[in-house]
Design a protein around this ligand. Structure first.
Ligand code: G6P
Ligand code: MG
Length: 215
């Protein structure tokens, strides 16, 4: 069955921003006096900014109760992150993504972004994809983070499409769970082992046509 809409996570699906998130969190960890490894960074995928800070602090064995201080730290990380992504270019769109998005559009399938990131618009502007999407739901429009289905349900609502006629693309376990609780089909982008709860898993968009979403 062909879906009426496809909803895409941004970080790790459309662009590889995980490396910039990592650089900024690593820099913060260093300032706080500990090392933050790439393996630790895996735990931050799909997780909101504040929750990411909690995980980072737990890795460093640091306990902070003061909410204001936590906000200062996450703002600091975000300022560095914004500095990194402000240099992004269209070349950083992951291989095959733009072609695939255009194939969906040509087939009359609506496309949306469903991301936890409050920096979504900055990134989409940098990679020049804003106008391609029929709806953009980002971290500024939601109150509940994935695995809550809010972000995907809002996208479906804005597109005026029933959740059961939507197919989500996700690289994070929390996102796959969110899509499933929204009653949508979900395609994992990345590692088969990690994303085993998805209906299908791809490692890249290269060479895929709309038959990928017809199941
Ligand atoms: C995505 C990323 C996370 C990030 C979150 C919030 O889900 O996978 O790593 O923490 O967005 O992003 P933001 O840009 O608002 O800090
Ligand atoms: Mg992601």
């Amino acid at each position: 069955m062909r879906p009426k809409a496809c909803i895409f996570d941004l970080d790790g699906v459309i662009v590889d921003t995980a490396k910039y998130h990592y650089l900024a969190w690593k820099r913060l960890a260093k300032e706080l006096g500990f090392e933050f490894t790439e393996k630790d960074n895996e735990r931050l995928k799909g997780v909101s900014r504040m929750e990411s800070l909690e995980i980072l602090l737990s890795v460093g064995g640091i306990k902070i109760e003061d909410q204001k201080l936590k906000e200062q730290l996450s703002d600091k990380k975000n300022n560095w992150y914004v500095e990194y992504i402000s240099q992004m270019t269209k070349d950083e769109i992951l291989p095959g993504v733009e072609e695939f998005l255009r194939k969906l559009k040509n087939a009359g399938i609506k496309i949306a972004i469903g991301s936890a990131s409050k920096n979504t618009m900055t990134i989409l502007r940098r990679i020049e994809l804003v106008d391609l999407f029929d709806s953009i739901i980002d971290g500024t429009k939601i109150t509940k983070a994935k695995p809550d289905p809010e972000v995907f349900l809002k996208a479906a609502e804005e597109l005026n499409v029933d959740p059961k006629d939507c197919c989500v693309f996700e690289d994070a376990v929390a996102g796959i769970e969110a899509a499933k609780s929204a009653g949508m089909k979900v395609i994992g982008v990345g590692d088969h082992e990690i994303l085993k709860d998805a209906d299908r898993v791809i490692t890249s968009f290269v060479g895929h046509g709309i038959e990928l979403v017809e199941f």
